[in-house]
Design a protein around this ligand. Structure first.
Ligand code: PMP
Length: 452
């Protein structure tokens, strides 16, 4: 058998087709996947040597560039010292140091860190913490047992995370198994914030039902980069807290700089809103290792202290606090602390801002918007579903131009790695205009627009 690195383009595709089952993919109709063998900076390279700009940071995980040498070296060094050890009854330096640094960077009142291994498990942990918090405090059956969530939220694909995100419509086959959650309007612009708060107030007339509210602060990612103002998120937090609920921030996507600050929660805190629990993953290791953390306040942690083992959080994963993941995350934080990442984030945000006026007046686009390093808009189309023919057409059109995108229905977005060079991003915007022109021709009467 050939070693993996020796596989050529077509052998790789053939092996993949024979054995792999890809995520979020209808395998019967899917186009062949992009056979990537190498990554460097903001670029991915195929076995043929073709280069692609990773304009979505590989599902939003990559921050400082692919195969960043400092993170790669940190992982290699750690692998030679201690590759893994269980985290029950054992500790190790990278886990302890990372917990300290995550807490130091986080806004108040974060105090403790519980590790897991992906965004969904970080959410699962957050939900279990919230429900058990109230049980440990003596809630009777039926009390503090429900959740409030925002319409269109996406929190992952495990059952608790699906329950909290079921309004996004991704989970139809599993609906019978999802627990009860009450959803409120998100408030993505000043015009709908009032409705969102009115719906929240209505639910909070019976606060004893609810353990917590969960939300993605500032940007709902997977449902289409739906953005919220920090003042609105803060207001929801304040009202939930006044009614005695816990507040959970799902920062799986937003943490580590996407919104312009290390945690999106910082911007909410400036407006007087706080979370009790914050889940992070994706960018935690700079995009190198599957790893997640659920941060909590001292008050949440203290509710699990008891002489009864049953009051402990009886949850864990074999790879909890994996030393290689922790080492990668520490190297990732080093890169933030050295300052260059923040300069790059500001540079990318400036380029997005420069392009906003042109996008705002483009006849084929709607609702161009930006939050930090994230830019998004909708393509005018009646076919808006995830995986629809519009999104497939867009994906292919950009691939033809050497850019990897993954539209959410008719929502197109850039979430570039922070190392993305100015020229690369400017070129991506120019390419966007070119792709839109192609799209415009297809939409013209008699041009086969029924295809979409
Ligand atoms: N929460 C949010 C906000 C997300 O964007 C995602 C993934 N896109 C998740 C949770 C789930 O993370 P994972 O895919 O690592 O399970």
């Amino acid at each position: 058998m050939k070693p993996t690195h020796a596989l050529n383009h077509s052998d790789l595709l053939q092996l993949d087709q024979q054995y792999c089952w890809h995520p979020f993919t209808q395998m019967q109709t899917a186009q062949a996947p992009l056979p990537v063998v190498r990554g460097q900076g903001e670029f991915l390279y195929t076995a043929n040597g073709d280069r692609y700009f990773d304009a979505v940071s590989s599902w939003w995980v990559n921050l400082h560039g692919h195969s960043h040498p400092a993170i790669a070296q940190a992982i290699a060094k750690q692998a030679h010292a201690l590759e893994h050890v269980m985290f029950a009854g054992v500790t190790h330096p990278p886990a302890a140091q990372l917990a300290q640094r995550l807490v130091r960077h986080a806004p108040a009142p974060m105090a403790k860190v519980f590790y897991s291994d992906n965004g969904s498990t970080a959410i699962e942990v957050a939900l279990k913490m919230a429900f058990q918090f109230w049980q440990n405090k003596g809630a009777t059956p039926g009390q503090r047992s429900k959740l409030i969530a925002l319409q269109g939220g996406y929190h992952g694909d495990t059952f608790g995370a699906m329950a909290a995100g079921q309004s996004s419509g991704f989970y139809d086959p599993f609906k019978p198994w999802l627990f009860g959650v009450d959803f409120i309007a998100t408030g993505t612009c000043a015009c709908t914030e009032e409705q969102s708060l009115a719906e929240l107030d209505q639910l909070l007339l019976h606060p004893q039902q609810y353990a917590a509210i969960i939300l993605e602060p500032l940007i709902q990612g997977a449902s289409g980069m739906r953005m919220m103002r920090p003042t609105h998120v803060a207001e929801m937090c304040k009202r939930a807290h006044a009614a005695g609920l816990l507040v959970i921030f799902d920062e799986v996507f937003t943490a580590f700089g996407r919104t312009g600050t290390l945690y999106a929660a910082e911007q909410v805190t400036q407006q007087g809103g706080q979370a009790d629990i914050i889940a992070v993953s994706k960018g935690l290791t700079g995009g190198f290792m599957p790893m997640a953390a659920t941060l909590t306040s001292q008050a949440v942690y203290d509710a699990f202290l008891s002489d009864q083992v049953g009051q402990a959080l009886l949850h864990g994963h074999s790879y909890t606090a994996n030393p290689l993941g922790c080492a990668a995350a520490l190297a990732n934080l080093d890169l933030f602390e050295q300052g260059e990442a923040f300069q790059n984030m500001a540079r990318i945000a400036d380029i997005h801002a420069q392009w906003m006026p042109a996008l705002a007046t483009h006849p084929l686009l709607e609702n161009p918007r930006q939050c930090g390093t994230v830019m998004a808009f909708e393509l005018k189309s009646s076919h808006t579903q995830y995986g629809s023919s519009v999104s497939q057409w867009l994906r292919q059109a950009f691939l033809d131009e050497g850019i990897v995108v993954r539209p959410l229905g008719n929502t197109l977005y850039w979430v570039p790695p922070y190392c993305t060079q100015t020229d690369t991003l400017q070129h991506a915007y120019q390419t966007l205009l070119k792709v839109l022109e192609r799209w415009g021709h297809l939409q013209a009467p008699g041009a086969g627009s029924e295809l979409f």
